[in-house]
Design a protein around this ligand. Structure first.
Ligand code: DON
Length: 307
């Protein structure tokens, strides 16, 4: 089956699926129309396939964790990332405080909130604005266009991020936050508040799929050697407590966000992205998971089931 047909099958399968609810703990996210649905694939040769609301821009949320991780991986290397943050699933919700308590304050994964705040604390830069500029630039180089903050999303999140601030102080008290903790939460919250389309997400994933080079701009964004550890982190924790189920059924490194976006990367080939705001109780897009899984299935992309 060709990619265009597979993207359409994925879109139709998602369209026929219902259930879930928009994230309601961040006021902006609750207000996004629930029926939006976009699916996109970008290949390592830069071909773009899209259907539905694939141009609609939404909050990147937790998917940003992957790209800040990439920035820190470049700065300190995978050995230090694993030592300071970790590379294991927590087995607990993405904002869990218990997970921290159980592991002496070590976050275990850069893809849960605690680990992402620790990751943000490791981005080189003299102040919050310099660090934020580096994060925004990294997202932009992955996407191949200038990615911008949504002031609406950011103010909605900054006004409600008390739980993340508590996590940052716990990290700090355990010696696992490497900057001022409130600065780390500030930049982490900003990185979650940028707007991307489904096509942007697929392009960002395709940059990972092509060994760190954006397939359209041709820019090397990260070292090829850093791609595998990033994808390993995605396989372990990218869909939170559903990461094991996702590996079992879809067999691809993925990452979701509470804005309704979801991304899966097929190394050497392509990336699949989808967007639909209603989430399951774990925090993953209900229709987004169906769309990505269906496209992957149609194209025979499960990494554990070689063709
Ligand atoms: O930290 C938060 O709660 C949000 N800004 C992002 C969380 C998120 O997307 C987790 N997702 N599934």
């Amino acid at each position: 089956m060709d990619i265009e047909a597979a993207v359409n099958v994925g879109y139709q399968a998602a369209k026929a699926t219902s259930g879930g609810q928009n994230a309601n703990y961040i006021p902006f996210l609750a207000s996004v129309p629930s029926d939006l649905l976009g699916v996109a694939v970008v290949t390592t040769s830069g071909e773009v396939f899209k259907v539905g609301d694939a141009d609609y821009q939404f909050a990147i949320e937790s998917i940003s964790k992957v790209f800040t991780l990439a920035l820190v991986m470049e700065a300190i290397g995978p050995v230090a990332v694993r030592e300071k943050i970790g590379a294991d699933p927590t087995g607990l919700p993405f904002n869990s405080v218990i997970a921290l308590e159980l592991h002496n304050g070590k976050p275990l994964s850069p893809l849960v909130n605690a680990g992402a705040i620790a990751t943000a604390s490791l981005v080189p830069g003299n102040d919050a604005d310099a660090i934020w500029a580096a994060i925004k630039d990294a997202q932009s180089r992955f996407a191949g266009r200038t990615i911008a903050l949504s002031p609406d999303v950011n103010s909605s999140e900054q006004a409600t991020n008390f739980h993340n601030r508590a996590i940052a102080w716990l990290l700090y008290s355990a010696g696992a936050c490497y900057s001022d903790p409130m600065q780390a939460v500030d930049v982490y919250t900003r990185q979650c508040s940028t707007l991307v389309s489904t096509i942007d997400l697929a392009m960002m994933g395709a940059t990972l799929a092509s060994g760190g080079v954006n397939p359209v701009t041709g820019t090397r964004v990260i070292k090829a050697a850093n791609v595998a550890p990033i994808l390993a982190e995605m396989m372990m924790e990218g869909l939170y407590t559903a990461s094991g189920d996702w590996a079992y059924t879809v067999g691809l490194p993925g990452k979701s966000g509470v804005g309704g976006g979801i991304l899966a990367v097929v190394p050497g080939k392509l990336a699949i992205a989808a967007f639909s705001p209603p989430l399951d109780p774990v925090g993953n897009s209900v229709r987004g998971q169906v769309a990505v899984a269906k496209v992957a299935e149609q194209l025979g992309l499960n990494l554990f089931r070689p063709a």
